[in-house]
Design a protein around this ligand. Structure first.
Ligand code: ZN
Length: 233
């Protein structure tokens, strides 16, 4: 992205100094494991690998310190397509399973939210009890700062963070007041002209990974989220 927005070059550290929670968005096989499905990487990908490494390290620190962790896990019924995306993370395919590196979290106290839509804030609404279980988790743990990690920076991470900023402004998620996006633990996908041709997709689907990762971060920053590439305790 040239000189305008590149969040990887300048170190911008964030120091945790109040009650803090960690959110991990959609680090499931269907988005992270090479060849695991329609929306999985086609070959080994540095940005995705780095996200997995950084998320795993941070989650271990949170777990060691008994700090709260929440997971969004994309999870679809096979009869309900999610336009404009091809079928992915359908229940029972294995794509919906958390990546091996984070499997240990399934047996931990972490809040697990299965979601069937892009925006995890919406996916956290339990229509039967008319309750947003993510808001309940924030209030239960009195979380003031939320650190966000996951995939894709410009899709599920972006939608969630923008909605969360509105929820803060609307005072429905107190005491949360800071959303911190850990850029090194986020990633998005890459699709170039060759991929488009091979998959017979429209040219508009070309998606440069670095560009859209940085655009996602920039938009979240513009809406008031803090973007950091180093977390300090
Ligand atoms: Zn999905």
């Amino acid at each position: 992205m040239g000189n305008t927005i590149d969040f990887s070059t300048n170190p911008v550290s964030f120091e945790i100094n109040e009650r803090c929670g960690l959110l991990i968005i959609d680090e499931v096989n269907g988005f992270c494991k090479v060849g695991a499905g329609n929306l999985a990487p086609l070959k080994a990908n540095l940005q995705v690998e780095n996200m997995i490494k950084e998320t795993t390290n941070l989650a271990k620190l949170f777990n060691d310190k008994s700090m709260p962790i929440a997971l969004f896990l994309d999870n679809h019924e096979d009869d309900r397509p999610e336009h404009p995306f091809p079928p992915h993370c359908i229940k029972g395919t294995g794509e919906e399973k958390i990546i091996t590196e984070l499997e240990w979290l399934i047996d931990s106290d972490a809040l697990k939210i299965k979601k069937d839509c892009i925006n995890g804030f919406i996916g956290s609404i339990d229509p039967i009890n008319n309750e947003n279980v993510f808001i309940t988790w924030i209030k239960k743990h009195q979380i003031k700062t939320l650190i966000v990690t996951g995939i894709c920076t410009d899709i599920c991470v972006l939608d969630f963070v923008l909605t969360c900023m509105s929820a803060i402004n609307h005072q429905i998620i107190n005491p949360l007041n800071k959303v911190v996006v850990f850029s090194e633990a986020c990633s998005t996908y890459h699709m170039d002209a060759n991929d488009i041709q091979r998959l017979k997709l429209d040219e508009s689907m070309i998606h440069d990974q670095e560009t859209y990762h940085n655009i996602g971060l920039k938009i979240m920053q513009m809406r008031g989220a803090i973007i950091t590439n180093k977390i300090k305790f």
